[in-house]
Design a protein around this ligand. Structure first.
Ligand code: FAD
Length: 440
């Protein structure tokens, strides 16, 4: 049996980022993954590139196309100001495995058939892609199998049930581009690659759309696409190829995402609607600080509860932030206020505005978990209604003691109080910034 300190299940962006992070912290990491079973193309924005560079995804980045134009038709208005990069996921994920191997992670390609908790650690049974079986043991388990991760017994919060139907079309070579268009009972994401391959995806409400039997699904999608104005350049001179692939895209949050010797990251911990096109970004966001959580759980068991709370609060915070961004975007579409698709999504997950009005009396300082030198510690932070996890530093300056100092001298100008600690120039700038944030 192969043994390691850390066993990572799933080699997408989340599993990959955690595996590299833990390998950099000196752990022996084994990651098991198989390629996703279908050919998916996804779009990412430029800000994700920076996160990937930091995560060590050199080969994976080189598998990505140059930015291509993106046209969005929403609420009857067309906007063509943005770009996105198309990622062919099978190619990207394969390149990511090369990044992992190059950075010291033991990569096993195969299907995880089962994984059991042992007296200490976890043991996975793997059907190897190259043939044969292997048992792999890890003292600590990272669950990163995305939406496919088993979740029996895990309490979960779910949004409105949503499905995305992906139909491949093939036409002549073309200039790569993407488009989004809303319609009465959903929205479409349309992508064209340089080789003429088109990925045409319809996202729909599971409860209210009567889908035909599987064998008629291809014709059904074709008819729907033919009615969409934005789809015309993608289907003209092209033909559907192969089966329609259905992906569940219901938002889901696991209410428990860490224990003393396991952690869930990426879509295995929380996944939102593909509307935001932020899935890879979120997967990375949830994974980049996970190595510090795991490191604390292993090396500082006395702070295990703090580390667990930190991870779960971050996952929950990310989930609601992206869910509310999605809700507000859905709410901008007002052409079909009465159809179930739009009605349900414009009010989920809640009514809380994305940006809360802040008044100084709502801003407090408190001890909260933060990441320092690869571990979770507790430090004083500034807590606001918008930032319940707290803000620790700004340009290297710890903010909570500075805010406390200002508040201890109510009759003195904030800039004058800060000048004593950080100097006149920095003090003036910081006081101005705190006033803009409505902290003082
Ligand atoms: P994944 O990327 O899903 O990685 C999990 C890995 O584990 C996969 O390689 C899988 O094959 C492997 N695995 C699973 N089970 C097993 C097993 N039993 N044995 C071995 N290996 C296994 N995000 C964007 O940024 N842009 C988009 O345009 C976009 N479009 C989307 C459209 C749809 C319809 C959906 C559903 C999602 C979309 N996303 C998009 C979201 C994005 O795909 C995910 O959020 C992101 O890939 C999550 O990363 P992850 O590492 O958590 O999981």
């Amino acid at each position: 049996m192969r043994e390691s300190d850390i066993l990572v299940l799933g080699g997408g962006p989340a599993g990959g980022a955690v595996a590299i992070g833990l390998s950099r912290l000196g752990y022996r990491v084994t990651l098991v993954s198989e390629p996703r079973p279908f050919d998916a193309v996804e779009g990412i924005s430029e800000r994700v590139i920076q996160g990937m560079q930091g995560a060590g995804f050199g080969f994976a980045l080189s598998a990505m196309a140059e930015p291509s134009p993106r046209q969005v038709t929403w609420n009857g208005v067309t906007n063509a100001a943005n770009t996105e990069r198309l990622v062919t996921r099978q190619r990207f994920d394969q390149a990511l495995l090369l990044d992992l191997a190059r950075q010291g992670v033991q990569v096993i390609q195969g299907r995880i058939q089962s994984c059991h908790a042992m007296k200490t650690g976890y043991q996975a049974e793997v059907a190897l892609s190259a043939g044969g079986q292997e048992q792999i043991y890890g003292d600590f388990l990272v669950e990163a199998r995305g939406r496919a991760a088993p979740a029996a017994g895990v309490p979960r919060i779910k949004g409105t049930q949503t499905v995305s139907l992906l139909q491949y079309w093939q036409g002549a070579h073309a200039v790569p581009c993407t488009a989004v268009q809303s319609f009465a009972d959903g929205w479409a994401w349309l992508a064209m690659r340089a080789d003429g391959r088109r990925y045409l995806q319809l996202t729909l409400d599971v409860a209210s759309v009567a889908l035909p039997p599987k064998r008629q699904l291809g014709d059904w999608c074709r008819e729907r696409l033919q009615q969409l104005e934005q789809a015309q350049p993608f289907i003209e001179g092209a033909e559907p190829v192969g089966e329609v692939y259905a992906r569940t895209s219901t938002p889901v949050l696991c209410e428990q995402s860490a224990g003393h010797n396991w952690i869930r990251v990426g879509d295995a911990a929380m996944a939102v609607d593909p509307l935001s096109g932020n899935g890879i970004f979120q997967a990375l966001s949830s994974a980049l600080q996970a190595p510090a959580v795991v490191n604390t759980l292993i090396r500082h068991p006395e702070r295990a509860e703090l580390a667990r709370q930190f991870h779960e609060a971050r996952i929950e915070g990310l989930f609601y932030r992206f869910a509310r961004i999605g809700r507000d975007f859905y709410a901008q579409e007002s052409q079909w206020p009465d159809t179930p698709f739009w009605q349900a999504r414009r009010q989920w997950p809640d009514r809380q505005p994305m940006h809360l009005e802040i008044t100084p009396d709502q801003v407090t300082t408190a001890m909260r978990p933060v990441v320092q030198d690869g571990v979770i510690i507790e430090a004083p932070v500034v807590v606001t209604p918008d930032q319940p996890l707290g803000i620790w530093h700004l340009n290297g300056l710890p903010l909570a003691p500075l805010l406390d100092a200002i508040r201890s001298e109510p009759g003195t100008l904030p800039a004058a109080v800060l000048a004593r600690t950080v100097g006149i120039d920095k003090g003036a700038l910081l006081a101005q910034w705190m006033q803009q944030q409505r902290w003082v």
